[in-house]
Write a protein that binds this ligand. Structure first.
Ligand SMILES: Nc1nc2c(ncn2[C@@H]2O[C@H](COP(=O)(O)OP(=O)(O)OP(=O)(O)O)[C@@H](O)[C@H]2O)c(=O)[nH]1
Ligand SMILES: [Mg+2]
Length: 484
């Protein structure tokens, strides 16, 4: 590299190895025309580029080499030190065995990474939150982000919360903090950064460029989970649509950098970069998926109409993800819908019939769980699934009272119901997992929240709930017969 008297521009080093707790395999040796040892920028580059070593050769008054100032990263911070600056070396006799030093550093990094037990084939990630909210709020949100990551087979090796007065528009946090993240990731063998905050396309790009790590946000994580979980044809189409719509604006812009790269070399027509091709393909695919979705949904509409004609009352189980909705459906109707202690186990709605005493028959449906800040793309893609909730005569709002964040979860669910215009349907609040909470608390919560407490996995606890449902349903039936 050749620079001018002020700076050198380091080219893109993407092609060089990194990740898995390894350094880049590159040393940067450059001159400082003045007498300054390593600058702040030098150390930032050392960290952000994960260089094996950064060295600056200073000059004496006659312009002859004076000293070599060198630094390397540290596998384990002594007193939180991220790098080690070596004592000045003499250019004609640098008294240091670089190869041996780097080799031992790398094996120390690798040893630290190995010493962390992570499930096989699980990816390692750092969770990051940059927030102006109070620490408590940020911490709670990170607990959920961790659950989301683990539901996606990602091992969280560290979480970092930074409280700021103001969010940096480019990187969210300062460059110094970001360089610390890179070193931390190196020490922990992570090459994925997951942000709790929604990142706009240009933030993803800036942070990726600066850190050379994969960067995703909470929305993308949720989309990934949905993609892993989708089983039915409709579910798969809906998730892919949501993913592509999320991706499309993120393909824009990077094209300019790419066109410079591919302009001279590729055999493509003038101005047509790979990303433009990709973008067009994505758009075509979106069009195609939307068409298939309309067809699948027509069939669903017909099923729905048939069901409505039969006039059976519909009860829909809704609630925050992992609250125990599918468990309740199973116990109520003696079925075996998939139940799992991960977020978003259920994506496709399931309906079952149930007979109450007095020969009242109802349809009970279980559906996808809600979550705080459910991504817009998903709400739109799952519109049809969620629309079915409109047919419900009664909503059972299942609340996991063993979750410390249940109050916020209730609020999130109610807000989503409102935004889907479902708040006109009567709701019965069901406090679930009462077996995990003391009976005094359960009684108090039942009163204050005007709710019935149950353990969805224990049929014997359901009697009060069944009574309430029956009471509601007989009213609905009366209503139907008056209408007819
Ligand atoms: N202790 C206890 N655990 C429960 C109870 N009900 C459900 N669970 C557990 O909670 C976890 C989630 O249950 P699910 O029925 O899959 O929850 P869900 O609301 O359908 O979740 P999603 O479909 O992922 O939104 C599972 O591990 C269940 O075994 C309960 O009453 N007590
Ligand atoms: Mg479920």
């Amino acid at each position: 590299m050749v620079g001018n008297h002020q700076a050198i521009v380091i080219p893109n080093l993407e092609k060089y190895r990194s990740g898995g707790g390894r350094l880049k395999g590159l040393r940067c040796v450059h001159t400082h025309l003045q007498h300054d040892p390593l600058t702040h920028d030098d150390l930032m580059d050392l960290a952000l580029l994960k260089l094996d070593m950064m060295a600056a050769i200073t000059m004496d008054k006659e312009g002859r080499p004076d000293y070599i100032h060198a630094a390397h990263l540290l596998p384990e911070g002594i007193d939180g030190e991220k790098w080690q600056i070596l004592p000045p070396l003499l250019p004609w006799n640098p008294d240091v065995d670089c190869r041996a030093l780097i080799r031992s550093l790398e094996s120390e990094f690798a040893r630290k990474v190995r010493s962390q037990k992570v499930k096989r084939k699980w990816e390692r990630a750092l969770l990051v939150s940059v927030s102006t909210a109070p620490m408590r709020v940020a911490e709670d949100s990170m607990v959920e982000l961790r659950e989301l990551a683990e539901s996606c087979n990602i091992a969280v090796v560290e979480t970092v919360i930074q409280h700021r007065q103001k969010i940096d528009p480019r990187f969210l946090m300062g460059e110094g903090k970001l360089s610390e993240l890179v070193i931390l990731a190196l020490q922990k063998g992570a090459d994925l950064l997951i942000f709790d905050q929604e990142l706009n396309p240009s933030q993803v790009r800036s942070i990726t460029d600066l850190t050379d790590m994969r960067v995703i946000d909470r929305t993308q994580l949720i989309l990934d989970i949905f993609a892993q979980r989708a089983r039915s044809r409709e579910g798969k189409i809906q998730v892919e649509l949501a993913q592509l719509k999320y991706l499309l604006p993120r393909l824009v812009g990077k094209g300019t950098a790419m066109s410079r790269l591919t302009g001279g070399i590729g055999g493509r027509g003038p101005g047509e970069t790979k990303l433009e091709v990709d973008r067009r393909r994505v758009r075509n695919r979106i069009g195609h998926l939307e068409k298939s979705l309309r067809e699948v949904q027509k069939q669903r509409g017909q099923r729905r109409a048939r069901r409505n004609k039969r006039g059976l009352p519909v009860i829909s189980i809704i609630g925050y993800t992992n609250a125990g909705k599918s468990t309740l459906l199973n116990t109520l109707t003696k079925s075996s819908v998939l139940v799992e202690s991960r977020l978003f186990a259920t994506l496709d709605p399931t309906s079952r019939r149930k007979k109450f005493p007095k020969d009242v028959e109802v349809i009970i449906t279980d559906t996808v769980g809600f979550i705080r800040q459910l991504p817009e793309e998903l709400i739109r893609a799952f519109h049809a699934t969620l629309e079915e909730l409109e047919d419900a005569d009664l909503l059972l709002h299942v609340i996991d009272i063993s979750n410390p964040r249940f109050a916020d979860q209730i609020e999130s669910v109610e807000r989503i119901l409102e935004s889907l215009h479902l708040d006109r349907i009567p709701v019965l609040r069901v406090l679930n997992k009462q077996d995990r909470v003391g009976s005094v608390t359960v009684n108090k919560l039942s009163r204050t929240l005007d709710a019935v407490a149950i353990s969805a996995n224990d049929e014997r606890t359901l009697t009060p709930l069944l009574d309430k449902i029956e009471f509601h349903i007989t009213r609905v039936i009366r209503h139907y017969s008056i209408e007819n």
